[in-house]
Write a protein that binds this ligand. Structure first.
Ligand SMILES: [Zn+2]
Length: 298
C-alpha cells in the first residue's frame, strides 16, 4: 500500500561517493592488526555519526585460517533505529592482506582495495548521507563487515572467508532486518553484476526486484539478467547462519580465470580503476530501493 506522505528518492551524488572511496584508500591497506585499519575504522564511524546514524561497534577477535588472531570490528550504523521494518545494506571495509592473485607478478605488491572493499563502503556512506538528510519510512541498518578478505585461497576452506559476517550473523542484536543487499567490487568501469547463485537460491524475490529496478532506471547493462557463479561472500553467511535473505551485487567477469576483474587481489586495485558512473548506477538503484520500500511503491 503506498503511503500518503511519499518521501522522494534523493539523487545519489557520485562525486561524493567517489571521495569516500578515495578517503579510505588514502589510509593505505586496511588489514586487521594494523594502525591504518584501525584509523580507517574510526573515520568510518565518524562519518556515520555525522550523518545521524546510531553506531554500534561490534568488536571481536577472529581466528584466521593460519591461526592469526585478527582484531576485528563490524561497524553498524542504524537509521530509524526504532522501526520494525528494516533493510540491511552491507559491504566489507577490510582489504586483502596479500596480493596473491594468479595474475599478480610482483612479490612486493600490496592490495589497496579501491574496488575490493572501498567501493561498496563508499556507496553506502553516500546513501547514509542521504538518509541523514531525508528520512525514509523504513529502518536501515548499514553494516560494514570486517575480516571478509583474510580467507584461504587454497583448498576448500570457504568458512575462512567472511569472518565478520559470520560473527554478525551469530550475534544479531536489535530488530532483525527483513532482507539484505551486499555490495562488493561495485566501482570498476563497465562492471557487470550478474545474478549471483546464492542470491538466486536464498533471496530470489530480492534479486528480481533489484534487477527490474535497475532496468527500469536505465542501467540494464550494469545489471544483466544472466546467471553468475556462486561466490562465498558475506551474504552467504547471513543467508545460512542468520537466515536473513540477502543478495550480493558483485562484478562477475567470467572471461577471467579468477572470475573477477583483472585487478582483484593485485597491486592494481587503485583509484584509477574506479568509475564514478558505476558507483552512481549501484548507488542510485539501492537508494531507490530503500525509499520505495519505505513508500510502499515497490
Ligand atoms: Zn577480496
Amino acid at each position: 500500500m503506498p503511503k500518503e506522505d511519499q518521501v522522494p528518492v534523493p539523487k545519489f551524488d557520485m562525486d561524493s561517493a567517489y571521495a569516500y572511496v578515495a578517503a579510505q584508500v588514502a589510509f593505505g591497506p586496511r588489514v586487521m592488526n594494523t594502525p591504518a585499519h584501525d584509523a580507517a575504522g574510526e573515520w568510518l564511524i565518524g562519518r556515520l555519526e555525522e550523518f545521524g546514524a546510531t553506531v554500534e561497534r561490534q568488536t571481536f577477535t577472529a581466528t584466521a585460517y593460519d591461526g592469526t588472531a585478527l582484531k576485528s570490528m563490524n561497524i553498524i550504523g542504524r537509521f530509524n533505529p526504532e522501526m520494525e521494518d528494516r533493510i540491511l545494506l552491507a559491504a566489507h571495509w577490510d582489504t586483502r592482506h596479500v596480493a596473491d592473485s594468479p595474475l599478480e607478478t610482483s612479490p612486493t605488491a600490496v592490495v589497496n582495495g579501491a574496488d575490493d572493499g572501498a567501493s561498496g563502503v563508499g556507496v553506502l556512506l553516500e546513501i547514509a548521507r542521504q538518509l541523514g538528510k531525508s528520512a525514509p519510512h523504513i529502518g536501515v541498518d548499514i553494516v560494514l563487515f570486517d575480516a571478509e578478505d583474510y580467507g584461504d585461497t587454497g583448498g576448500g576452506n570457504t568458512n575462512s572467508w567472511g569472518l565478520g559476517a559470520q560473527y554478525y550473523s551469530n550475534n544479531i542484536s536489535g530488530i532483525r532486518p527483513r532482507y539484505g543487499v551486499l555490495l562488493d567490487m561495485v566501482g570498476a568501469r563497465d562492471a557487470e553484476f550478474a545474478m549471483e547463485q546464492y542470491s538466486l537460491r536464498f533471496a530470489p524475490d530480492v534479486v528480481r526486484k533489484v534487477w527490474k529496478l535497475a532496468a527500469d532506471m536505465g542501467f540494464p547493462h550494469y545489471f544483466p539478467k544472466r546467471n553468475g557463479g556462486g561466490i562465498t561472500d558475506d551474504h552467504y553467511f547471513v543467508n545460512t547462519i542468520a537466515k536473513i535473505p540477502m543478495i550480493d551485487i558483485i562484478n562477475h567477469r567470467p572471461e577471467n580465470k579468477t572470475s573477477f576483474v583483472a585487478h582483484w587481489h593485485t597491486g592494481e586495485d587503485n583509484m584509477d580503476k574506479i568509475d564514478k558512473r558505476t558507483l552512481r548506477a549501484v548507488g542510485q538503484v539501492i537508494t531507490a530501493l530503500v525509499y520505495r520500500e519505505g513508500n510502499g511503491t515497490i
